[in-house]
Every structure is written in structure tokens, then in C-alpha cells.
Ligand binder design. Structure first.
Ligand SMILES: NC(=O)c1ccc[n+]([C@@H]2O[C@H](COP(=O)([O-])OP(=O)(O)OC[C@H]3O[C@@H](n4cnc5c(N)ncnc54)[C@H](OP(=O)(O)O)[C@@H]3O)[C@@H](O)[C@H]2O)c1
Length: 431
């Protein structure tokens, strides 16, 4: 047997404690699979005296400063589980790579914003930078796209990448409750943070999508190039109408190569009922990769939580223990392409639009006149209920059109005096 692989864990929160527990409980299995022991030699966290439900074995050095752990002589692999794109997490990763350590992280924000630069740093140091846990929690989707599907060009890659949003949308469908009520409940259950904006505004999904897009298209990670819309504006009525039209609303991250560059979009979508993604409920995540030779692969599983995330972190450690070290993204950094972001205005698709209008004669004519003027054809239009003088919902489904045209239509509809609330627009996806 080779020498043990010495691990330094920075951050002992949900994931860090989960990693310690898994390493303890599965140590014999891991020793067999790696051909060597995995030994935690150093840890760092803010509060030394917090009970984390896990015993630190003797021989583990506690570092007050995680940057000291990152360059400690008795550490071969630094596992960054603090989080955040800047500050201490970034410093730990940079210090570790510069000190010649391998790095494993679950930090999608860090990779989305600095992934390319960190990958170049890792390659220069001839060290690993692994991040399986950063996308899809326990689902081994980074490996699947980078390794298992390496022979494919990807027609598209998309998925449900945020369990909080999927939980909220699923609960809204099951209960008929509105977003605000379900969000409060999700916070009570620990499925949503006190400040839920990273999740419900689509930023977390966008971080993960930018990593997936880079892996699938061999491009530099381009988080600023992601079009982002969250789920706050989705109403219980939209969920109900979606079903009537044969869809389910999902917050998706979608990436595609187009003639104009890489399209990366995060927004609520009408996913056709019966499509694999529409069936994924609750906190579960799923990624669909459509390869030109492999066809469609669907990966589904828990996208977060101590156990699944620790499983992904340790898969990376096992790779390092086996000496399987790859460039962090689809190719060595020097070969990654700097592709432009495909402008969202040029996106083509069909749209669902829900208007709240005063129930007055002539409203439908005014709406259809705007659509005709902008050259957007209507597939169906329905008005629900009668309430003379009050607001009633009118729902339009359009045929395929360009996003810029649709933006014009929405601006004009919003300006109509009979329209009493901002329109809700949801893109319809062919999946
Ligand atoms: N939770 C999940 O299910 C999940 C899933 C996928 C990816 N991730 C990613 O995994 C990472 C960790 O997430 P988490 O949920 O485990 O977060 P968490 O529970 O908030 O844990 C963060 C840990 O970092 C420690 N920390 C904060 N500042 C520090 C500093 N200056 N020096 C040393 N340690 C410091 C905290 O210390 P104290 O405990 O002492 O306060 C805490 O133990 C994040 O990048 C997250 O995005 C999480």
C-alpha cells in the first residue's frame, strides 16, 4: 500500500462535517478503492468549539487560519468547503495551488467567477482542481460530461440545478398556494435560506450552468454571459394554466452552441408534461445532456445535502488518490475557446403570456392588434371568468418568434390602459 493521502478540510459546515463522517464510516471501503488510506490531518473552521456531531481523531491539526492549512506541510489535498466567490475561500484555493497542493471544492460561485483563472493556476502547478460537488450535488454530472461523454458534440445541455426552486414550484403545484407562502414554508423547513435571493433569483442555477456550459462546449467559464431570471413572479395561476396547456413550470438552466455563440439561459420554462425534466419534483436535481453520438442522457438525483454532496467531494479525492488527474475543464486551459455569448434578444421560441385585464369590451381586440402589429402570431388565447369592471386573467400562447419582438409586444401590452398588472411571460421549451 502507498502512503496515506493527507487531507486538509477548510470549512466544517453541512458539507465539511458530512465529508468527515463519510471518511470515518467508509474508511475501509475507500482504502480498498484507492489502494491507500485517506487521512484527515488538518481542519479549519471559524468556531473551534462548535459541536459538529463528529469526532476529530487525534493527530488532526486545527488551524485558526484556513490559509495556513492551505500551505501546511502535512497536507497533500486541500478541500475548500467554506463557500463564496471571494474572500477566504478564494484565498484558500489560490494559496493551496501555489503551494503545490491538490484542491477539491464544492464552491460553484468561486468556479463560475474565477474557474478559468484557477484552472490555469492548477495546470501550471501540475495539480488537480476538482469540483464534482459544485454542480448537481451528489449527481456525478461533471465526470459524465467531461469524461463519459467526451466523444460527443452537445446539441444542448440543460437541467434543474437548484433544489430550492424546484421544491417551491412543486409545492405550489401540489397546494395551489402562491410563491410567498411556499417560500416561507420552505424557509421553515430549511429548504430555503433566510436570504433566498441566490436561489430564487436564479443566480445559483446560473453559477452551475456556466460550469456545465464550459465543460460541454470547451469554452472558458462565462458567468457574466448567462441570461438570468428567477421564479418570484410565477403565480399559482400560472402553474394551473401550465397544466391545462400540457406543461409544468420548471426553473431550468439551458446551454447551447449557436451560430452567434454560446447561449446560456436561466429562467422559468414551460416543460412539456411527460418530458423527463417535467417529472423531476421536490428538491431533486436533474441534468439532460444531448450528445451527437450518445443521444440523450438524463442524470437525476439529490442536488444538495450533507451525504450526497460529501459523496461527490470524496469521489474527487478518490481520483487524486488514484493519481487520475485531468485538466479541470473540457481541455487544458490554453485550448479553451473564448466564445461570445449569444444575445438573448435573438432567442427564438414560443411564449406563454398571462395578462390581468379589465373585463371590458374591446380588450381582446386591443391585445390581438398589438400582436399583429409586431408580427407575433397567436396559437391560442383564453379569457378566464367574467368580472365586469374588475381584473380577469387572459392567457396567450404564441407561435415561435424572436425574443426582441416579444419584448416589444410586452412593452405595448403593459402600456394598455386595460392591463392592470405587469404581464407574466414564460418561455415554452421543446424538450
Ligand atoms: N450544503 C449543500 O448541500 C451544498 C451542496 C453543494 C455545494 N455546496 C457548497 O459547499 C460549500 C459549503 O457549503 P455548506 O452548506 O457546507 O456551508 P456552511 O454549512 O455554511 O459551512 C461553511 C463552513 O465554513 C466555515 N467558515 C466560514 N468562514 C470561515 C473562515 N474564515 N475560515 C474557516 N472556515 C470558515 C464555517 O465555520 P463555522 O462552522 O465554524 O461557523 C462553516 O463550517 C459552499 O461552497 C456551497 O456552495 C453545498
Amino acid at each position: 500500500m502507498s502512503d496515506p493521502l493527507r487531507l486538509g478540510i477548510a470549512g466544517l459546515g453541512t458539507v465539511g462535517a458530512g465529508v468527515l463522517i463519510l471518511l470515518q464510516e467508509q474508511q475501509d471501503l475507500l482504502r480498498q478503492r484507492c489502494g491507500r488510506a485517506l487521512q484527515v490531518t488538518a481542519v479549519s473552521s471559524r468556531d473551534r468549539y462548535k459541536n459538529r456531531g463528529v469526532d476529530l481523531a487525534s493527530g488532526v491539526t486545527w488551524h485558526e487560519d484556513a490559509r495556513a492549512l492551505a500551505k501546511a506541510a502535512h497536507v497533500d489535498v486541500v478541500i475548500e468547503l467554506i463557500g463564496g466567490a471571494e474572500g477566504i475561500a478564494r484565498q484558500v484555493v489560490e494559496t493551496a495551488l501555489d503551494a503545490g497542493k491538490h484542491v477539491v471544492t464544492a464552491n460553484k460561485a468561486l468556479l463560475a467567477l474565477h474557474g478559468s483563472e484557477l484552472a490555469a493556476r492548477a495546470e501550471k502547478a501540475d495539480r488537480a482542481l476538482c469540483y464534482e460537488a459544485a454542480v448537481g450535488g451528489g449527481i456525478p454530472v461533471v465526470k459524465a460530461i467531461r469524461e463519459g461523454l467526451a466523444a460527443n458534440r452537445f446539441e444542448r445541455v440543460y437541467g434543474i440545478l437548484n433544489g430550492t426552486c424546484n421544491y417551491i414550484l412543486t409545492k405550489m403545484e401540489n397546494t395551489g398556494d402562491d410563491f410567498d407562502k411556499v417560500l416561507l414554508e420552505a424557509q421553515g423547513l430549511g429548504y430555503a435560506e433566510a436570504d433566498p435571493s441566490f436561489d430564487v433569483d436564479g443566480i445559483d442555477t446560473a453559477h452551475k450552468l456556466s460550469i456545465l456550459a464550459s465543460l460541454a462546449y470547451g469554452t472558458h467559464v462565462d458567468f457574466p454571459g448567462v441570461y438570468i431570471e428567477g421564479i418570484r413572479h410565477i403565480g399559482a395561476l400560472d402553474i394551473q394554466f401550465a397544466r391545462e396547456f400540457g406543461y409544468r413550470i420548471k426553473l431550468l438552466g439551458l446551454a447551447r452552441r449557436t451560430a452567434r455563440g454560446i447561449e446560456q439561459r436561466v429562467h422559468p420554462c414551460m416543460a412539456p408534461l411527460g418530458s423527463p425534466i417535467s417529472e423531476v419534483g421536490g428538491v431533486t436535481n436533474a441534468v439532460v445532456a444531448v450528445g451527437n453520438y450518445a443521444g440523450q442522457s438524463v442524470f437525476e438525483g439529490p442536488g444538495a445535502g450533507a451525504g450526497p454532496t460529501a459523496s461527490a467531494v470524496i469521489a474527487d479525492i478518490v481520483d487524486i488518490a488514484r493519481n487520475q488527474i485531468l485538466p479541470p475543464f473540457a481541455a487544458p486551459s490554453s485550448r479553451l475557446e473564448r466564445a461570445p455569448a449569444s444575445p438573448m434578444d435573438l432567442h427564438q421560441g414560443a411564449y406563454y403570456v398571462r395578462l390581468t385585464v379589465l373585463d371590458q369590451p374591446g380588450v381582446m381586440a386591443a391585445i390581438t392588434a398589438i400582436m399583429a402589429e409586431q408580427g407575433v402570431s397567436i396559437d391560442s388565447i383564453i379569457q378566464r371568468g367574467r368580472a365586469p369592471g374588475a381584473g380577469v386573467p387572459v392567457v396567450l400562447i404564441t407561435h415561435e418568434t424572436e425574443e426582441a419582438r416579444m419584448n416589444q409586444v410586452l412593452a405595448q401590452l403593459t402600456a394598455l390602459k386595460q392591463v392592470t398588472e405587469p404581464p407574466v411571460r414564460i418561455r415554452i421549451e421543446k424538450l
